[in-house]
Design a protein around this ligand. Structure first.
Ligand SMILES: O=C(O)[C@@](O)(COP(=O)(O)O)[C@H](O)[C@H](O)COP(=O)(O)O
Ligand SMILES: [Mg+2]
Length: 425
């Protein structure tokens, strides 16, 4: 039998081994706590320790995490200085392929410990055994070639606005106008699911009928990010319904449904060869305060492991919503992760044609770009708004100044006159 107590979870000479998950936390120790004491408690409470000294078998001891790196940020603030710490977690602590269990360790009780005034899970380094125990994306950015002839340009999506309240007929008409105006994707808003004013089954059937007409008319492949968000069983039924209707995608509000449900949807989508568009509504409840919570970088990592193909990552501060490090997150989503597919970032929120050159300059073209107000707010309506959006992105991707392209593109000219290159507030 061996005793384990908080101090045993701190060892700054420790070198993590290859199959260990390494998490970096930003902590603000409580005023009566040294950073070492706080770090040992983070490692203990997020693995197999607790406040009382325990007598355990050796094997149990082996499941203990180790805080092995402490980087204090000197400040003149009262109380302890904040610090970034690194904790290594043994592979055997985790159930392979179970994201909810992993998060109950690394983002569980520690988020509420009195030993720290604030704690933020900032970044993770995922080892091969744990990472490859997850499905990962089925397509990732290859959706651009698999489903569309987009070539070098980003794929373009629009959400009918107002976000809820349109009838199914109105929704479908907006979709048809957007698709025939040159957009690749119609997208449901995060809070549109199966409400009486626009029921899911009718919306599904009639939208895909309109999609087929639009493909006929334009000769271009079109698709629909239909929101299947609901309880897990209902979501799986809706995935099957979308497959039966000939859909290529489903959209899921991944934060509000939870990662366990996302993993089940991923499994069902594989059966049908379908892609998952992840909306991150509620992410800011986790990531907005820089000193506390879970960073969007880590949320994006979790989404990739759980198998989404596209996820919203922000507009590099060009749009209406706060963004955290869009560039860094997009880079990680495109990077190697033990052979798992990449994820296509989605830029959305306050975007309009005038912002496209700067957006592509900052984030490149390996993107899905969504504009709702930036299309349906066009004075000449959705079809004109869609044409302006497509023209702006094509010009930006070709390096042609918008003003020049607008000379022979009146809808684009109108959009630029209307919104200029301003970021909406
Ligand atoms: O409801 C909205 O606000 C949007 O539909 C954008 O509409 P607009 O194009 O009309 O702004 C998206 O949900 C946000 O972009 C989500 O934020 P993020 O992409 O940051 O997750
Ligand atoms: Mg929305």
């Amino acid at each position: 039998m061996v005793g384990i107590k908080y101090e045993d979870f701190l060892d700054t000479s420790y070198e993590p081994v290859d199959d260990e998950l390494v998490c970096r936390f930003r902590i603000q120790p409580a005023s009566d706590m040294t950073v070492e004491d706080a770090a040992s408690r983070v490692a203990s409470e997020s693995s197999n320790g607790t406040w009382a000294e325990l007598q355990v078998d050796g094997e149990v001891r082996d499941l203990s995490a180790t805080a092995f790196d402490i980087d204090v940020e000197e400040t003149d603030a009262a109380g302890g200085d904040p610090a970034e710490i690194a904790v290594a977690y043994p592979d055997a602590l985790f159930e392979p392929g179970n994201m909810a269990q992993v998060l109950s360790c690394i983002a569980g009780n520690i988020m509420g410990m009195k030993a720290v005034d604030r704690i933020r899970l900032v970044d993770c380094t995922w080892p091969e055994p744990l990472a490859t125990s997850f499905a990962g994306p089925l397509f990732g950015s290859s959706v651009r070639e698999e489903f569309f002839d987009a070539g070098d340009r980003p794929i373009l999506a629009t959400v009918p606005k107002p976000k809820v309240g349109l009838t199914t007929d109105q929704h479908v008409q907006v979709g048809y106008d957007a698709w025939t105006g040159g957009l690749d994707l119609l997208k449901d808003d995060e809070n549109l699911t199966d409400q009486s004013f626009n029921p899911f089954q009718e919306r599904l059937t009639e939208s895909f009928a309109a999609r087929d007409r639009a493909q006929e008319e334009t000769g271009e492949p079109k698709s629909y990010l239909i929101n299947v968000t609901a309880d897990a069983n209902t979501m799986l039924d809706r995935v099957d319904d979308v497959a039966a209707a000939g859909g290529e995608y489903v959209m899921v509000d991944v934060i509000t449904t939870g990662w366990a449900a996302v993993q089940s949807v991923r499994e069902r989508c594989e059966r049908h060869g379908m892609a998952i568009h992840a909306h991150r509504a509620m992410h800011a409840a986790f990531d907005r305060l820089p000193e506390h919570g879970v960073s969007m970088r880590v949320l994006a990592q979790i989404a990739r492991l759980c198998g989404v193909d596209q996820i919203h990552t922000g507009t590099a501060d060009l749009g209406k919503l706060e963004n955290e490090d869009t560039y860094g997150i997009n880079e990680w989503l495109a990077g190697d992760l033990h052979g798992l597919n990449d994820v296509l970032p989605t830029a959305s929120g306050g975007l309009h044609p005038g912002l496209m050159p700067e957006l592509l300059d900052r984030l490149g073209t390996n993107l899905c770009i969504q504009a709702g107000g930036g299309v349906h707010g066009h004075p000449d309506g959705t079809h004109a708004g869609a044409k302006a959006f497509r023209a702006a992105v094509e010009a930006a991707a070709e390096g042609v100044p918008l003003e020049e392209r607008a000379r022979d593109h009146p809808d684009l000219e109108t959009a630029i006159e209307m919104w200029g290159t301003e970021t909406p507030r």
